[in-house]
Design a binder for this molecule. Structure first.
Ligand code: HEM
Length: 461
């Protein structure tokens, strides 16, 4: 969500880089930013890297008009905000206001007591045992989609993974009650809404224009169409006897402490949020992972070996495939270390506080950079090297590695995402040999860390 906060203002140069005597926080003037703004807006990560290297694990970028953003790669401070003292922090307006326009108030965009009540209600839906019951649906969706991947030709695999991840969420939610055409419509609407949000954040000075031309209204109207489509599916489902086949069944059966169930609007918001939160993140991770695997012969052959061993048992259950895929799990973790799909987590503090030598004023916007944290030289041995083995040594990295976030707002779909990705690579590797058709891994850091030009070629085994 996050980086584009930088673009929210009409920037005015303030003083050059300095050190704030009052709060001890290294300051970066907007002048620094403006000098290279075109390059930074395209890819802000080198700007962050340079400043982290110069100033240490945090620095404050002053944006003028008394506004500033604090960039942080201190994992202890991140855990304090997300976990230990999470009550004193809230999400920024980008999630709790800007995104709400399109998808309403679901888990990702909700705050305070409402969020707490919803999280308590929905947590059991995502228990491992419930996700296990979706594995069959996941498998058939994945295998069907893999059949549509081009063979023996160079192609960008990202849009294919994007559709696959969207379908897995749609089918896990609604099973066969949703048609391919409806999934296509929902995917189109979700992506249009996401693109409009990016536009609003990148060009805040054009907000009046988006309103005047009706562009904003059109996109919001589109999301209303998505709500209608989903509502029809829900209403049809309610006519059927209670079942336990997909996420919708589970959500319909979830009850609050007083025994009541979610109202229609809340259910729609939660479902739209699952599409937003669950599809782009997963397709980014799938794409970076296949690129990393394609580039590394040794890793590729270790995965082949693992899958060969697992496949010796012809009657193996999907759950066993997951629990036996230890190397593949390490590959996925290592991929999310280097390319965390959610590369920033934002928080704002509700009251002033001190940490180490620093003092933070109330209402400071923190951007915790998972990307920078996961590449810190003092925390990781050879941080830039793709080395899945580091996740096989039984070391506990929970204080420095949290691609799914941490604390009570940790990703509710983390098991769902891991199981889905393991199944994708299991079946993809059984079917295809992968050849890289790119020079180096390219990224587009927008709302999430997106891959770019992920060209590969697949050959049937
Ligand atoms: C590789 C894939 C994924 C990654 C890296 C990821 C990452 C994250 C992160 C970092 C957060 C915390 C954000 C914060 O604290 O501000 C989050 C929250 C969330 N994620 Fe995921 N996610 C992934 C897949 C999924 C999937 C598949 C679903 C659902 C099917 C999902 C649903 C959610 C929801 C609903 C939240 C909000 C939870 C709350 O605030 O209570 N995510 N995710």
């Amino acid at each position: 969500m996050l980086i584009n906060t930088l673009e929210l203002l009409n920037l005015i140069p303030t003083k050059e880089d300095c050190f704030n005597m009052k709060n001890n926080i290294p300051q970066v003037s907007v002048f620094q930013f403006l000098r290279h703004s075109a390059r930074i807006l395209k890819n802000p990560l080198p700007f962050h890297k340079k400043n982290f290297e110069k100033h240490g694990d945090l620095f404050q970028l002053n944006l003028g008009f008394g506004k500033s953003v604090l960039f942080c790669r201190d994992s202890d401070l991140a855990l304090l905000a997300l976990q230990k003292q999470q009550k004193n922090f809230r999400k920024s307006d980008i999630q709790t206001k800007d995104l709400v326009k399109y998808v309403g108030k679901g888990l990702l965009t909700n705050e305070g007591d409402d969020w707490k009540t919803q999280r308590k209600l929905l947590q059991p839906t995502f228990y491992k045992k419930n996700i296990y019951s979706l594995l069959q649906i996941m498998q058939s969706t994945i295998e069907e989609e893999l059949e549509l991947f081009p063979v023996d030709e160079e192609f960008d695999i990202f849009p294919f993974f994007s559709t696959l991840a969207f379908k897995v969420v749609a089918k896990s939610l609604f099973g066969d009650a949703i048609s391919d055409k409806e999934i296509e419509t929902l995917q189109y609407i979700t992506e249009e809404a996401q693109m409009m949000l990016v536009k609003e954040l990148r060009q805040p000075y054009k907000k009046w224009w988006f309103s005047l031309t009706g562009e904003l209204k059109d996109k919001i109207q589109l999301t209303n169409e998505a709500r209608e489509l989903i509502l029809n599916i829900i209403n049809e489902r309610k006519k059927l006897p209670t079942q336990n086949k997909d996420l919708l069944d589970l959500m319909l059966q979830s009850t609050y402490e007083d025994g009541s169930v979610m109202n229609e609007n809340q259910l729609l918001d939660e479902i739209l949020i699952l599409f937003i939160a669950g599809h782009e993140t997963t397709s980014n991770a799938l794409t970076f992972t296949i690129q990393l695997i394609a580039q590394d012969k040794q890793v590729k052959s270790k995965i082949d070996e693992e899958i060969k061993t697992i496949s010796l048992n012809e009657n193996i259950e999907l759950r066993e495939i997951l629990s036996s895929s230890t190397y593949l799990s390490a590959v996925l973790n290592e991929s999310m270390r280097l390319y965390p799909p959610v590369y920033f987590i934002d928080r704002v503090n509700n009251k002033a506080f001190s940490y180490k030598d620093f003092t933070f004023e109330k209402d400071t916007t923190f951007l915790f950079s998972l990307y920078a944290m996961h590449r810190r030289k003092d925390l990781w041995d050879q941080p830039l090297k793709f080395q899945p083995e580091r996740f096989m040594k039984g070391e506990n990295y929970s204080k420095q590695f949290f691609p799914f976030g941490a604390g009570p707002r940790k990703c509710i779909g983390n098991n769902f995402a891991m199981y889905e990705m393991l199944l994708v690579f299991h079946f993809l590797n059984k079917k295809f040999n992968i050849t890289p058709k790119f020079e180096s891994i390219e990224i587009t850091p927008l709302i999430s860390l997106k891959p770019k030009n992920a060209f590969v070629s697949l050959r049937r085994k």
